[in-house]
Design a binder for this molecule. Structure first.
Ligand code: ADP
Ligand code: ADP
Ligand code: ZN
Length: 213
């Protein structure tokens, strides 16, 4: 099964994608996580990506596509995947459709997690991230067992640089301009499904399961 998660930054794509991946035994592929891992390792890709990410801008399509096509070549993608944060622009969506079509494949579902902008800034300021394993928490809605420590790997949690309110507003405007049009793109492909992302995260997951099963 090949699934795309759509939605604003902070809508809950990553939270849901991790659960979908576990449930269906497919990899969770987050381009943001891959960029952050590269920044942490101080790779050439990481250095380039950071300049854009810190400003709340998108990393250029050429860099992003190179990285994701590389990731698709990995053996664990044979039975599908859940994409979180990719595609984010029209050219990325077109490139994905073409790469799949070349192999006679297509996306099965694009799930749009709907959350209004007003809720986003509040959510993001409470988000805490583990840069080692990619786990995500919320100080109020999904707190780790031990304050500021990752449940999974024991690392210290951080407030991402780009989750500061000023940067979140920039990311939201970039989202509306460049990513939101993909909702229509996947509607036209006949694979768009919508869920109400303002609900409790377990209820959101139940709604997604009802779509996928
Ligand atoms: P969120 O989960 O809050 O939406 P992500 O972790 O997906 O954030 O992305 C963080 C940043 O990484 C983005 O603001 C952007 O700079 C960069 N990024 C991630 N995925 C892409 C992509 N597909 N295309 C361009 N830039 C991306
Ligand atoms: P995205 O990947 O779309 O940027 P995340 O999954 O990282 O979003 O979620 C953003 C923040 O909101 C995280 O701190 C997460 O724990 C929290 N969160 C996710 N889903 C919900 C929900 N349904 N209700 C409240 N908080 C949520
Ligand atoms: Zn961790």
């Amino acid at each position: 099964m090949k699934i795309i998660m759509l939605g604003a930054p902070g809508a809950g794509k990553g939270t849901q994608a991790k659960q979908i991946a576990a449930k269906f035994s497919i990899p969770h592929i987050s381009t943001g996580d891959i960029f952050r891992a590269n920044i942490k390792e101080n790779t050439e890709l990481g250095k380039k990506a950071k300049e854009y990410m810190d400003q709340g801008m998108l990393v250029p399509d050429s860099l992003t596509l190179e990285l994701i096509m590389d990731r698709f070549a990995n053996a664990d993608c044979a039975n599908g995947y859940v994409l979180d944060g990719f595609p984010r622009t029209n050219p990325q969506a077109e490139a994905l459709t073409k790469a799949l079509a070349d192999k006679g494949e297509k996306i099965d579902f694009a799930i749009n997690v709907e959350v209004p902008d007003e809720s986003i800034v509040n959510r993001m300021s409470g988000r805490r991230a583990c840069l080692t394993c990619g786990a995500t928490y919320h100080i109020k809605y999904n707190a780790p067992a031990k304050e500021n420590i990752c449940d999974t790997c024991g690392e210290e949690l951080v407030l991402r640089d780009d989750d500061k309110p000023e940067t979140v507003l920039k990311r939201l405007s970039v989202y509306h301009e460049q990513t939101q049009p993909l909702i229509d793109y996947y509607k036209n492909e006949g694979v768009l499904r919508e869920v109400d992302g303002t609900q409790d995260m377990n209820k959101v997951f139940d709604d997604i399961l009802a779509i996928l099963q």
